[in-house]
Design a protein around this ligand. Structure first.
Ligand SMILES: [Fe+2]
Length: 330
């Protein structure tokens, strides 16, 4: 983060001023819509956007003129499939062809705070905290992590909000705070986490929140370690959409990124063979966490981890989605 407005957002997060952080991120989103050109498209991105527009048109949440966008995207998709890679540069002729809505926040549902709690109050947070702090390599699974009210709102956001603009390898799309993901509910979750697990988050502040949406069948994200110290990853697609319940989750290795490594070395595809060598050492245990709807995985984000292979139903509403909160030292 370097621009003054991003720095302002970071300071608000550092001070746990979440309402202010949301206001700043909303301003950043509006600015990006005005100033930042999308750089790429991909077959999965176009397919996703076509399905999302159809979904919103059916619910009468988009003007009918979006049917023209669907026609253009469908022709664009045929072209992108011929090219066949995950990152297709958005050359001027392709951009013009897709039209002015491509890469914009053309529809948003911004979930407000829940009246009661965002986290499931039936959880024994004192026990979760104790368990986390006692482990040398902390990995704690929290089933039914969110309240029903927040789950409903987040599901609506995932399906309705046109926030899926980060084109990633292996056919998945990312959403970020600086471009439409910020909401009062997302920050309510962060605030409650800090309040319910005060020792886990002592001296730490929220640094990043992101969400990923995946193609139905894939190997997901390769082995990596995230910046920061504590990661809460949660899954937001109903179990009925997961065709193979023995897969679909994630695996975490009981091996932290070496302190001498840069974040790029620990997180980049360029260094993947070195990462694989580290985690395949015989002493390194691999903990598989199967996918479950509304399951949270709280872990030390320095530990190497990867998406498990997965197979979800090939429907717009059935796409595998995760929402991740990353905390680090102030
Ligand atoms: Fe990660």
């Amino acid at each position: 983060m370097c621009s003054p407005i991003l720095l302002d957002a970071q300071i608000a997060l550092q001070k746990d001023q979440f309402a202010r952080a949301h206001r700043i991120f909303s301003r950043i989103s509006a600015l990006q819509e005005l100033h930042i050109e999308p750089q790429y498209c991909s077959p999965f991105k176009l397919q996703h956007d076509i399905e999302q527009m159809r979904y919103l048109l059916k619910k009468r949440k988009l003007p009918k003129k979006f049917k023209e966008d669907i026609s253009r995207y469908t022709a664009g998709l045929a072209l992108c499939r011929k090219i066949g890679t995950d990152f297709i540069p958005l050359i001027p002729s392709l951009k013009e062809y897709l039209g002015p809505n491509y890469g914009t926040l053309f529809h948003l549902f911004i979930p407000g705070k829940t009246e009661k709690f965002a986290l499931n109050q039936r959880q024994d947070f004192a026990f979760i905290e104790q368990e986390y702090l006692a482990l040398k390599n902390p990995i704690v699974v929290i089933d039914q992590v969110l309240s029903k009210a927040s789950l409903r709102k987040l599901r609506k956001m995932i399906l309705e909000s046109a926030i899926w603009h980060d084109i990633k390898p292996n056919a998945h799309l990312g959403a970020r705070l600086t471009y439409g993901l910020s909401s009062p509910l997302v920050f309510q979750i962060a605030a409650e986490l800090k309040q319910k697990l005060p020792k886990v988050f002592a001296g730490l502040s929220l640094k990043q929140v992101w969400a990923f949406k995946y193609a139905p069948k894939n190997s997901g994200i390769e082995t990596h370690s995230d910046g920061g110290l504590v990661n809460l990853n949660m899954w937001l697609t109903p179990d009925e959409d997961n065709i193979d319940p023995s897969t679909g989750g994630m695996a975490i290795y009981e091996r932290r990124r070496p302190t001498s490594w840069t974040l790029n070395q620990a997180n980049g595809y360029d260094n993947l063979s070195a990462v694989k060598r580290l985690v395949s050492q015989p002493k390194v245990k691999r903990i598989a966490v199967p996918y479950r709807f509304n399951r949270g995985v709280l872990f030390d984000s320095r530990l190497f981890h990867e998406t498990d292979r997965f197979h979800f139903r090939d429907t717009y509403v059935g796409r595998r989605v995760n929402l991740t909160f990353l905390f680090d030292r102030d």
